[in-house]
Design a protein around this ligand. Sequence first.
Ligand SMILES: [Zn+2]
Length: 359
Amino acid sequence: MISNRKREDVLPLHVMELPRKVVVGEEILGDMGSILGDLELGKNALLIWGPNVKKIVGDTLLGSLEEKGYEVNWEIAGPSTFQEVERISQVTLKVGASFLVGIGGGRSIDIAKLASFNSKLPFVSVPTSASHDGISSPFASVKGLDRPYSVVAKPPIAIVADVSIISKAPLPLLVSGCGDLVSKLTAVRDWELSHERTGEYFGGYSANLALLSADLVVNNASAISDKSQDAVRVVVEALISAGVAAGIAGSSRPCSGSEHLFSHAMDITAPGKGMHGEKCGMGSIIMAKLHGLDYMQIKDALSLMGAPTKSSDIGATEEEIIKALVLAKNIRKERYTILNEKQLTSETAKNLAKEVGVI
Ligand SMILES: [Zn+2]
């Protein structure tokens, strides 16, 4: 039918890329071989992990995969750089891997995700902490690229999240994941705004899925600070669905708005201070105020979880926050957000950050 019509007359293509299998449970890494069995990934696995993670889950994972007849090679993930992705891509080729598995908090997963994308091979995500939505999204960030924000790769073909391992990770990592989730409240508002102003595609389903993930952590804020197994599960599942929302949207839009631009700007003005999700949560308080949303609701939820809400909580200075707020709109110029409408100067940025109590 479409062949009789001009391309301009039909709806633009919208491609959704989603994981095929998501497994969340307790002490499931010993079943890894069986979990992957029906995915037809081939029998040659390359595992990417850090030295600590290898110590904790190495024997269990290797044993489980070898028992099911997989040939398993592994590499210790180096620094999160473009060069390291290249190195792992070379190793992938050398060992003839048929799929990659990234096991860890962020670095190993990002490196495995990008190396598998380069090698056109499937990738399995095994998060050992719940600190950001990269555990399930098609996006990854490493240093050495031409931009300070995430790049598009492919979503994991499978996500295997062992809550008993993730709940042993330090609380600040979990709380940082919650900051990344809360930030969807402003990210979605920015996306809607862009749709209104620029006509950019807006997907109601993925937007609502991202908002649902944010609401889940806002409503479970006090249980999260107790780090109960149930609360950890809520956060893990919310992070997975936020990443899936990005896959459905076909862009990071439902997960990343002006508050993420602020977080990326902080990476430049205050390098090494605060985790990604912590900075996004803080940015979300500020951007909610700019949007005219209930910023106190965001701030109270973050406080209740024990997440940072003030510059001093992450060891940043007032000056670093103000500079990041002014810089944020230049981080990703094609991405329309509230920062395009409220051009912040040093003075207005300072007043804004003071008003919401971030400085
Ligand atoms: Zn994020």
